[in-house]
Design a protein around this ligand. Sequence first.
Ligand code: ATP
Ligand code: MG
Length: 400
Amino acid sequence: MIWNELLIRYGEMSLKGRNRKQFIQKLSTNIRLELQDLKSIKLKAERDRMFLYATSEELVQAIERLTDVAGIQSFSPIAECESTVEAIQKTALAIFETEDTEGKTFKVEVRRTDKSFPLVTGELQKEIGGTVLRAYSNLTVNVKKPDILLHIDIRANGSFLSSKVYKGAGGMPVGSNGKSLLMLSGGIDSPVAGYLMMKRGVTLEAIHFASPPFTSEQAQEKVVELGRKISAYGGTLKLHVIPFTDIQQAIVKQVPENVSITSTRRIMLRIADQLRKEIGALALVTGESLGQVASQTLESFTAINAVTSTPILRPLIATDKLEIIEIARKIGTYETSIQPFEDCCTVFTPSSPKTKPRLEKVEFYESFIDFEPMITDAIQKRTIIECSLDEKTDEFSDLL
Ligand code: ATP
Ligand code: MG
């Protein structure tokens, strides 16, 4: 293999001062975590880019995995050689051997930081372009929009050549923007919402409400699987499974059917908020999208939000279903999400929920039940599952 290292570019160039330093540190840590089994990896961070060194085999693996790391805008494998015309010619030809050249166009771009190099930029561009054209009769030059752009960076300590640019996940490194609690159902939306927040640098834990025996083992297993899939973007994900049967039955008994979904959401939110405090998170995240179902209208949000002043982040609020599905496919959660296992909300869903629930009415019906002890009890009886792609999922009960 001709590549010696990877050049990693950060996005978010507007970051300044201390933020930038933290951003770079977080990104280094996350890259190390993602590649921790690759022992030869070495990182060198600079102000606006990072270099990753490794053995050839491990470099190939790093290329595959870095596309998932939030905070990386793009990266390129680099071939290094001596700063002589002959060495650069040889390396350029070796790079074109890795490209599919049939019917393609190319351009050579030179950056000459080492001013003592005998040829000026234009001369070297012509020289290398000519070398490539002589070797590949199926290539033509296109300076405006080439299929293959060979970039040559000439420095005093050597020359650095690259032709490939891989897209990273963009966004900001996970962990650089605080912690939130994701309300994770088994559906399509909430895993996508979690992924988008992680991409924004947020560390996540997740909460799931299960209503056994109305919801099955498999339904929970599906949520764990979703947790594992999105953990790929942040290392691990702690999932808190809340036993919700008693509370849901109390709601069904006490609250009229057409507003029971609003009450259910409100109690879920109260539980999530309580747990949020316990784990030291700052916000809650849901997969809600405006107008998607009866409980996702502005009137519903008003009635639901009234139980807490904690920020509720709804990254999918203005995204339509097809776009959400597209992201779900990209991050690999879609196939799991569409498995047909019941969710606690679907089991108890009324036939005609109100799209414009009135807060005072909902509060009135709820006032007949003392939810507080039930909430505390449910949180105490939760099961905590560490979701991670690498290790076997390990489960333990949190008997506080
Ligand atoms: P999703 O595809 O994420 O299930 P949805 O379109 O089915 O969303 P709802 O079922 O109304 O919509 O759920 C709205 C949001 O409420 C979900 O995105 C999720 O954040 C949260 N939620 C719903 N059910 C649960 C549950 N059983 N446990 C945890 N959170 C839940
Ligand atoms: Mg759902």
